[in-house]
Design a protein around this ligand. Structure first.
Ligand code: URA
Length: 433
């Protein structure tokens, strides 16, 4: 067997067998297959796709490319993962909510790439927060406090780390077999017993329409079931950013506000839906509507916010920033973006907002770029809002004046304002359970 033959097979749209897939994953992870050969195969997979069997084999090979955590001593660990989005601060809010029900949260999260944000960059906006714990510290934290969230620093699914970085630079991200294997290999390696997936759908997501999102969800659920990890997929709307804040410390501040009861409607709906299924899978409540009420109760009685502080402090984060969010460093320039006409906001393209946020320094254009935690966007008006000409639509938070002006202009153009209101958008599009 050699890599040229494997590339040629997929190039010619033939099915790869288990041994061929394993050969590729093992030898690429070890450095025996060059990036240019892996790039050729990945692009052939992107173009010609993979069937269920091939995707499952790819996932399992990637999961076994490194260590597999055994978290069985912690009880039923329910993991959650999103396929990516803009303003997606769900993990920051949901992890402590779930832990407040004594359901262990042991989660490995990623950094942002391209126009989508990443939980680890957001957590690092909290001064002192350590994302690179050892396995022992990670498990110890979950045992002691019921929660720990770390970066991809352990030797878990190293094949995904390499393949994800490669896909990003060769424009091979939006592919059902490649996304499914990337996410599910990490979930299997990280040792969760049950999985809830937030499959985002819309212009700010990798899946642009519902049909593709459904196919992705079904593929991941199928892999989860085969790996004996019950999996539920919630397809959510990502046609506009989630919540008000886009940018790292701005999203931490929005998360704190949420846990103190100040909730944007779209974030609330997504949190309640995902959270209720996590509670159900953990065996702590079979009724989804009742679980939603229980979540609201743990926010109201302060338990979720207390858990957030315990979690952050156990990983070295300075909790005084959560108690007084005014302590977060502010961007040098905070510029309002004004409505050019009166009417209703009918569109606020999530991908374009994500690109503006990235241009401001909240994300990386090159992989080695340094993040500026304090920059980003606050969206005062979202789709459906009635606005008057001259009213403030949003604020740009930037450290450079000319960049602030340039990006404010861009954001103004992203807002589409029409005379008539469109139908109210749905935040939860479908559940595949
Ligand atoms: N998130 C992942 O972890 N992998 C993908 O391929 C897409 C989103």
């Amino acid at each position: 067997m050699n890599i040229q033959e494997i590339i040629a097979k997929k190039r010619d749209n033939l099915e790869l067998n288990k041994e061929e897939i394993e050969y590729f994953v093992t030898n690429y992870t070890n450095g025996n297959i060059a990036d240019y050969q892996a790039a050729a195969l990945v692009m052939a997979i992107y173009i010609n796709g993979m069937n269920k069997q091939e995707t499952t084999n790819l996932t399992l090979s990637m999961a076994h490319s490194g260590d597999i955590l055994d978290l069985s001593e912690l009880g039923t660990v329910v993991d959650k993962h999103s396929t990516g989005g803009i303003g997606d601060k769900i993990t920051l809010i949901l992890a402590p909510i779930i832990a407040s029900f004594n359901i262990p949260v042991a989660k490995m999260s990623g950094r942002g790439l391209g126009y989508t944000g990443g939980t680890i960059d957001k957590l690092e906006a909290i001064p002192g927060y350590k994302t690179n714990l050892t396995i022992e510290e990670f498990i110890q934290n979950v045992k002691k406090n019921g929660i720990s969230v770390i970066g991809q620093t352990l030797n878990l699914a190293p094949a995904d780390k390499k393949l994800y970085a490669l896909r990003d630079v060769i424009s091979a991200t939006e592919s059902i077999p490649l996304i499914s294997s990337s996410i599910m290999s990490k979930k299997i390696a990280a040792g969760a017993s049950k999985i809830v997936l937030d499959v985002t759908c819309g212009n700010g997501a990798f899946m642009k329409n519902l049909k593709d999102a459904e196919n992705l969800a079904k593929m991941m659920k199928n892999i989860g079931d085969l790996a004996h990890k019950e999996t539920v997929c919630v397809i959510t709307n990502m046609n506009e950013p989630l919540g008000k804040a886009v940018g790292n410390s701005l999203e931490v501040i929005e998360s704190v506000k949420f846990l103190k009861g100040e909730m944007s409607e779209d974030v609330k709906e997504v949190i309640l839906e995902l959270g209720s299924y996590m509670i159900k899978l953990a065996g702590k409540g079979a009724n989804i509507e009742e679980n939603k009420q229980k979540i609201l109760e743990n926010i109201k009685n302060g338990m979720a916010f207390e858990k957030f502080k315990t979690w952050v402090s156990s990983q070295g984060g300075d909790v005084s920033f959560l108690e007084d969010t005014q302590k977060f460093k502010k961007a040098k320039y905070i510029l309002p973006v004004l409505a050019q006409k009166s009417g209703y906001v009918t569109s606020l393209n999530a991908q374009k907002v994500g690109e503006i946020s990235m241009n401001l320094g909240a994300g990386r254009i090159q992989k080695e770029d340094t993040i500026l935690p304090e920059v980003g966007i606050i969206l005062e008006k979202k789709t459906g809002a009635k606005v008057q000409k001259g009213e403030i639509l949003a604020y740009i938070h930037a450290n450079n004046e000319s960049l602030a002006n340039e990006q404010a202009q861009k954001l103004q153009n992203v807002y589409e304002i029409q005379e008539h209101k469109l139908e109210t958008k749905k935040n939860i599009l479908e559940i595949i359970a």
